[in-house]
Structure formats: C-alpha cells, structure tokens
Design a protein around this ligand. Structure first.
Ligand SMILES: [Zn+2]
Length: 188
C-alpha cells in the first residue's frame, strides 16, 4: 500500500444511510440511532461494536457519524468517536467545533476510551452523551485505558457537559451480539 497518504472511509452501508438528512432532538433518539449503527457494524462485519455521531445541538441535525474501523482499515486510532469527530470537523471546515457558530454534541454508544476522551476534549464539542459503560466494554474484553473520574471532571471543568448511561442496556447488548458472532476483541 501507499504509506505516504491515508484515506479514511466509512463503510458503504453507512454512506448510504447518511444520504438523507437526519434530525434527532432528544438524547434517547440520538442514542438509538447510534446504537443501530453499532449493531449494523457488527452484522455487516465491518468492525467492532461501537458507533458515534455528532449532532448540532440546536436543531438536532446529524453532522457526521462514525463506526469503529480499526479492523477494516488496519488503524488502531479509528475508534468510532474519532471517526465521527474527524468527519464532523471536515464538514464544518474547522479544527474545532467550538468556533463555528453552533454547539455540537458527541453521542457515543459506549463511554470513550482514553484516546477518545482526549479527542472529545480537543474536538470542541459541548456535550458528550454515552450509552454503555466502561464496565460493559471491559466485561467482554475491551480495554478502555487510563480513564479516571478525574478525566471526566477535567472535561467538565472545560465546559463539556457529560451525560452517561443513556439506553445503556441496549448499547451493551451490541457487545454481546459481537461476542456471540465471533467478533475479534482487540486492544490498542
Ligand atoms: Zn476510543
């Protein structure tokens, strides 16, 4: 492969899903959308049981979505949250979602790992909404890395509102589906 450039793509099924505009107002509706993407990523065999999306806070417009693409693209950094944040920043044309005249939320089917919590901070989102918990992910073998209560407190001090355990049971159920379907549990 050409190692002088990187191309980050979404799976075809997700691109098709994103052709029509999506507006979702409540955290529950947004989480349900994200959990559906995580489940589809497992069923289609395009990656791990994780998905995330960035929504514009005021009107609920979906700006970008991402699914875990670590295995598909051989890139340990391509967690769902990172993918969604990168596509959202590309769409608004700014390296921070804080400076573009609107507030944005990151909705993720699982509490972020250490890397994604950092990406959340640097991305400029105003809210972080999580479904399944760290314990749910670690129960099936995923490692979330060095995330501490202080990590969440740090983000909150920087003005990021954090909402956790939205539709937790449904989100965690996708992990079980992944394990039952023989999915690879990887770390790093
Ligand atoms: Zn992550």
């Amino acid at each position: 492969m050409n190692a002088n450039s990187l191309v980050i793509t979404l799976p075809d099924w997700l691109n098709e899903r994103l052709t029509a505009p999506v507006h979702l107002q409540s955290d529950e509706a947004r989480m349900r959308f994200v959990i559906d993407l995580a489940r589809e990523n497992v069923i289609r065999g395009t990656g791990g049981p994780f998905a995330a999306a960035v929504f514009r806070e005021d009107d609920g417009a979906l700006m970008a979505a991402g699914v875990n693409s670590v295995l598909r693209l051989n890139n340990a950094m391509l967690h769902a949250e990172v993918v969604a944040l990168m596509f959202a920043q590309a769409r608004v044309g700014s390296y921070t979602l804080r400076a573009v005249g609107a507030s944005y939320d990151l909705v993720t089917a699982c509490e972020p790992c250490a890397m994604c919590l950092g990406a959340t901070l640097w991305s400029g989102v105003r809210r972080l909404v999580c479904g399944a918990t760290r314990d749910d992910a670690e129960r099936v073998g995923f490692d979330e890395g060095p995330v501490f209560p202080e990590s969440y407190a740090y983000l909150e001090q920087r003005g990021i509102t954090i909402v956790r355990q939205v539709l937790r049971t449904e989100a965690a159920g996708v992990f079980d589906l992944y394990v039952r379907s023989g999915g690879v549990v990887y770390n790093g």
